[in-house]
Design a protein around this ligand. Sequence first.
Ligand code: 9MR
Length: 567
Amino acid sequence: MKKILSCLMLLLSVVVLAQNTEIRYNQVGCYPRQEKVIVVEGMNPAGKVRVTMPDGKTIKPKVQVRKASSPWSGKTRYVVNLGELTATGNYHINVDDAICDLNVTENPFRDIAKASLRLFYLIRSGVAIEDAVYGRPEGHPDTKVLVHNSAASRLRPAGTIISSPYGWYDAGDYNKYVVNSAFSIGLMLAAYEALPNYFANLHTDIPESGNNTPDLLDEMMFNLRWFLTMQDPLDGGVYHKLTTPHFEGFILPTECRQPRYVVAKSVTATLDFAAVMADAARIFEPLQDDYPGFSVIAAGVSERAYQWAKEHPTAFYRQEQLKDPAVSTGTYGDGNASDEFFWAASALYRLTGKQQYLDDARQYQPQLFTTPTWGNVASVGAFEWLAVGDSPLRETMLSLLTAYCDDAIKSVDNSCFQSPFGNKRSDFGWGCLAEHCCCQGLLFLYADKMSGTNKYSRYALQNADYLLGRNATGYCYVTGFGKKSPMHPHHRISAADTIENPFPGMLVGGPNPGQQDKKELPTTYLSDYQDESFLDIMQSYASNEIAINWNASLVAFLCWLDAESPK
Ligand code: 9MR
């Protein structure tokens, strides 16, 4: 009996071991001339890796295996460099019982990059959406929006009705927030300016695709038209957001009934608006045929907004002060406008060449490079200087950027997933996959392009590998791509429609040990570890929501990777 029992135990442990062996890998695709790394969990894969090549032959490749231990969970992982797999096609990889397929192609990022940009079309508000799968009737016309008492002015007393249509829904919710929208446009316009030829040929099948403007710019214009309505014509200040008092339920846009308000003007929203309008004035100037007159208007509203901000430098958004009605939706609160002043002054100097803006930009210039986020836009300001060959602050910004990159790559060779992202405690948090993983990757790409080097781009690809599946949860974090991707994002339309798959091309927030939503969830997080604190359920707004700023980071990052294959 004892013998039988111990045999059973042995068998069970073998089965359990076999079940635990897992391969973490980029589920979307790699370039032929990109390093091919997979990460094995559960067993030492030395001597056990078999690869069936695109031509059908199975080989036992010479691999390099490095053992690593997770700083978060202590789990042992084996980082396997598969060596040169340069022929295009599918590589079927076996490590004992665990398998994965690595797709090597000349355009690994093409489809996912396009989907990430087309997502902005799918989340347009105030118009009907034409799409074979995700089409829907118009919702939220926003032609009768109330001026909240916090936003009242002489010409627009509380209760005044204004029209403020179009723009993208911010995220899983249906509100439209200037701070986040401006950041999103700013980041995508910066990517456009770095890669104009690429974007001239990137078609995303939107209603404007037939005109002479690149689709990316048409998409930005859809939001910019809304932006123009968010400035108080009396004084140039910009409303912080257009919102319902409280978040809507998980219903479709056409079912929403709450009144919508524009609320308090804020210094951060106004400066972000000024920056984006200055950029748009410059970039749309040659596109008069499609957008006649826009450029002049944009330049005018930008300078007015900047002036208002100079006169109201401490007008920070304080949601707790809003009453009748009180408002509980996203705050995008920020008590420091130095970075917004820097961005707006930088963009306006680039547009106008006026000394005052250069002086202001110098006054507010950052001392360190940080990844661009909605709350810290200093690096978007830095991009303004980097983009112009002989600009006064270019050298300073470039040295801050390369210092950032040199520091960020230090941890790679000891990391669990062979990537710069994921090794610092602060890498994880609300929206980290965009704010740290994608945006860090983007900074690597900027650094190489702006300094004419080829030093950092390979690290950008490593962050892409992380994002697309070589990570602790094994998720490819972009909906509709990869073998295992989020199916239940916190996204009202995807949840309320009757279509099984969520909108494709959405990046979810990702692992967030803060778990700010945990009291509202029907279940507990599966793990508390930094890099595993992720839950693919609709209710998890802190780890599984989608948002325009995050998708903007994804667009900038993936389009850049798609535009320039590794050298
Ligand atoms: O992205 C925002 C994150 O940095 C904040 O920590 C969080 C809490 O304030 O809010 C996030 O933004 C949300 C916004 O407030 C409302 N729409 C959904 C956004 C994504 O979760």
